[in-house]
Design a protein around this ligand. Structure first.
Ligand code: AMP
Length: 402
């Protein structure tokens, strides 16, 4: 069996897959680690359990994961040796990793070197890797990087037009985000279209609380909306998306806001929440917009307009478009947002089938374009855990064959 671990600063998500990584047999989360209201939730194929627990630190949280997997009634395995490999989500591998990799001390050192680029995420990932290796020391561990997929972007796409030394000396460039999700979704999209990935130009619209649009040509990322930090591109739940950087100086000099206050505003008080004044949640925004709330209507229109603009830009950058692929919470579940994004795209040979668009909610893979259209529009539910498990299987089998 293959165990996947996604370790954040106060949560550990885990999922157990069969050896082929084709089927999930159990999954769970230990949440609010270190807080008074910590709990775990765990499910196998028949049962779901949720329980409050004292979880003072990640070591205890790991033990809870293993205890749950071994539990006589709601577990999934009867001995820990059933776990043959572990795949870890790793957020930032900078330009040091172009693919997933088996973890050794040298890999851990490189991940540590990437901490300044992802100060919130990489330390938590490292805790997960060390904790997992301590609990399961005799099996291979694999790191799967969010940034790896975007490493194929050409320099003209990943560089900022800044003094070149900033890139050379401080690795300041665009890295992208959600790469594991985009890789999974683009592979599934090609399978759904029954065409080789190498023959397709697509834009993957990962529209969730965080938003990334990625141009994928012939199976490789060629451009993406997220840059060095995680707020450029399309507006998000609470993040602004693209702004004129001059605004930061203006907010500082004219309104007297500190850098910390501006950062907090751009990351936590902007996006859907900032424009609507109501919520960061697209469901709430959509309901309020339908009930006539003008600010919510505007928030939806702005969100869709920004997405449409990037779709056009990436189609031009790739010199064509075979498929637009929607994924993540909003992409998979909101016919309203998908319709807004696609409303003016007939010039790209792309139009939605309204009935199929309405039908595509709640987790099925399907095409939602009109059949005669040149450009396909697909909804593909993302599954980062499965991609991590598949990579883990791939690397472990090539290690065994070597
Ligand atoms: P994620 O980050 O992928 O979990 O996505 C979270 C976002 O998906 C939130 O903005 C949710 O409001 C949105 N979402 C989930 N379900 C729906 C739905 N049925 N309609 C509209 N938005 C949804």
């Amino acid at each position: 069996m293959i165990l996947t671990i996604n370790c954040g600063s106060s949560t550990i998500k885990y999922q157990l897959f069969n050896n082929e990584a084709t089927q999930s047999v159990a999954s769970g989360i230990v949440s609010r680690i270190g807080e008074a209201d910590a709990y775990f939730q765990h499910q196998n194929q028949t049962e779901t359990v949720k329980e409050s627990r004292s979880v003072p630190d990640h070591t205890v949280a790991f033990q809870i994961c293993i205890d749950n997997l071994l539990h006589p009634t709601y577990g999934a395995i009867d001995k820990i040796e059933a776990i043959e490999a572990v795949g870890h989500r790793a957020v930032h591998g900078a330009d040091l990793f172009v693919d997933s990799t088996l973890i050794d001390e040298a890999v851990i050192a490189k991940l540590e070197a990437c901490v300044p680029l992802a100060p919130l995420h990489n330390p938590a990932n490292l805790i997960g890797i060390r904790g997992g290796m301590a609990l399961l020391p005799h099996v291979p561990h694999v790191a799967v990087f969010d940034t790896a997929f975007n490493q194929t972007m050409p320099a003209k796409a990943y560089l900022y037009a800044l003094p070149y030394e900033l890139y050379e000396q401080h690795k300041i460039r665009k890295y992208g985000f959600h790469g594991t999700s985009v890789r999974y979704v683009s592979e599934r999209a090609a399978a759904l279209l029954q065409r080789p990935l190498s023959a397709l130009k697509m834009v993957v619209a990962h529209l969730g609380n965080g938003v990334t649009m990625t141009a994928v040509a012939h199976g490789q990322a060629v451009d993406t909306t997220i840059g060095l930090a995680t707020f450029s591109g399309v507006m998000m739940g609470t993040r602004s998306g693209d702004i004129d950087p001059g605004l930061i100086f203006h907010l500082h000099r004219q309104l007297g806001l500190s850098l910390t206050e501006i950062e907090d505003m751009l990351y936590k008080q902007s996006g859907l929440l900032g424009v609507s004044g109501l919520s960061n949640d697209m469901r709430t925004i959509t309901e309020a917009a339908q009930a006539g709330n003008g600010r919510c209507q505007l928030a939806m229109e702005m969100f869709a307009y920004m997405a449409t603009k990037y779709l056009g830009a990436f189609a031009a950058a790739m010199g064509g478009l075979d498929a637009l692929v929607f994924t993540a919470g909003i992409g998979e579940n909101s016919p309203e947002v998908r319709a807004l994004i696609c409303q003016n795209l007939a010039f790209l040979g792309l139009a939605l089938d309204p009935a199929a668009n309405q039908q595509a909610v709640g987790g099925q893979e399907m095409a939602i374009n009109q059949v005669e259209d040149k450009t396909a529009v697909l909804v593909v539910p993302t599954n980062e855990e499965k991609m991590i498990a598949l990579d883990t299987r791939r690397l472990v089998s090539s290690k065994n064959q070597a």
